[in-house]
Design a protein around this ligand. Structure first.
Ligand SMILES: Cc1cc2nc3c(=O)[nH]c(=O)nc-3n(C[C@H](O)[C@H](O)[C@H](O)COP(=O)(O)OP(=O)(O)OC[C@H]3O[C@@H](n4cnc5c(N)ncnc54)[C@H](O)[C@@H]3O)c2cc1C
Length: 340
């Protein structure tokens, strides 16, 4: 089977799930990486090292910024001439658009949010969670090529082999576009929860440390937020020692403790890290649907009956303001200083 893998990146920073897609492609046979951009030699090198047998490179100033029209036209032209059986994308906002437009060009279908892809006879069967993860749907695509967008961290990332190379082929660029990117501004301090192998999340409980005395002059709400920020500083320190990101419950976001981009759950991000530590989070169903696919869940809560403990492999009943700093110290000793 010949598989194309679209290597998604922003200004040269590759979405790690692209390498996971490349690893999956290799399990089916030859893997051809599609590298689009301007001045992207470092990505080509990395694509070979992560296992690509061939790289199709579309390197052109017109592809400096992602825009659906030139990227989809270039990709569709390549797929029409090289006739791959399968095209894999990591899931990002860009690739959802790109895969959909390419599928229309190529007259095929798209399998989205795929967490498993298995050969069954001459068919590929995709699995994807639906209804907040309560059901796993099995889907096949009768069109050719099959286009699948993979959920981040659902497939193992291959180990890079330094210095490995392969066939580099220059692709024709279809540069025509009616849109132009005029610049970027950072909207807020956004975290990338989906790719993080470790997430330490805080809930309403992070504001519950009555022993902290807020600065004079604060009203009740300001004092609550100030306390919560002291709590999230502890959460952040633990996340940093573990090389992870900070998550939050909706109660923490709604309380004004932390930005929405940190929220995990039904109306936040759905994550599947290797390790998820929930501190001061009760475990409402809307939170659980966002994190219950984590490989290892640790819960810290004062209330031994909190529902979060039903999902946790390890549970600590106690005050997070004592337990989180103790864990941070213990991990610092165990891991040395390389992680933070
Ligand atoms: C349509 C809809 C969508 C929603 N989407 C989301 C979503 O995406 N994500 C989400 O998280 N929620 C979501 N919610 C809200 C959800 O129902 C809960 O209200 C929310 O998850 C509760 O957050 P929490 O666990 O932080 O707060 P609480 O339920 O108030 O729990 C706080 C916990 O902290 C513990 N605690 C307190 N002090 C300490 C301490 N010092 N040490 C240790 N533990 C302590 C308490 O025992 C308690 O269990 C949604 C709700 C609706 C209706």
């Amino acid at each position: 089977m010949k598989t194309f893998v679209y290597i998604d990146h922003f200004k040269g920073a590759v979405q790690p799930a692209s390498w996971e897609a490349l690893g999956l492609a290799k399990t089916f046979g030859a893997a051809v990486a599609l590298v689009f951009g301007s001045g992207v030699d470092a990505i080509v090198k990395a694509a070979f090292e992560f296992g690509a047998d061939e790289v199709l490179l579309a390197d052109d100033p017109a592809l400096l910024d992602y825009r659906a029209e030139p990227f989809a036209s270039t990709l569709s032209a390549l797929a029409s001439s090289s006739t791959p059986d399968l095209i894999l994308f990591p899931t990002t906002a860009r690739t959802r658009e790109l895969a959909a437009m390419s599928a229309v060009d190529l007259g095929t279908g798209v399998l989205t949010d795929v967490t498993a892809l298995e050969a069954n006879g001459d068919q590929l069967v995709a699995t994807r969670p639906i209804y907040e993860g309560k059901l796993l749907e099995k889907t096949v695509c009768s069109g050719k090529p099959i286009i699948a967008i993979l959920r981040a961290r659902a497939f193992p990332k291959p180990t890079a082999q330094a210095g490995k190379s392969g066939t580099l082929t220059k692709a024709e660029v279809k540069a025509e576009a009616l849109t132009r990117v005029d610049g970027y501004t950072v909207a807020e301090n956004v975290v990338n929860l989906s790719d993080s192998p470790v997430i330490v999340s805080g809930g309403r409980g992070v504001s519950n440390n009555p022993s902290l005395t807020p600065p004079a002059g604060m009203d009740e709400k300001q004092a609550e937020i100030w306390r919560a920020q002291q709590g999230f500083a502890l959460i952040g320190e633990l996340a940093s020692v573990l090389g992870g990101a900070v998550g939050a419950s909706r109660a923490a976001v709604d309380g004004g403790y932390i930005p929405y981009s940190n929220q995990v759950g039904q109306t936040g991000k759905v994550v599947s890290p290797d390790l998820y530590i929930a501190a001061g989070i009760s475990g409402a169903i809307q939170h659980l649907v966002g994190m219950r696919n984590a490989k290892l869940i640790v819960a810290i809560n004062k209330d031994a009956d909190a529902p979060i403990f039903t999902q946790a492999r390890y549970g600590v009943v106690g005050d997070l303001f004592a337990i989180v700093p103790a864990l941070t110290e213990a991990f610092k000793k165990k891991l040395g200083s390389s992680n933070w």
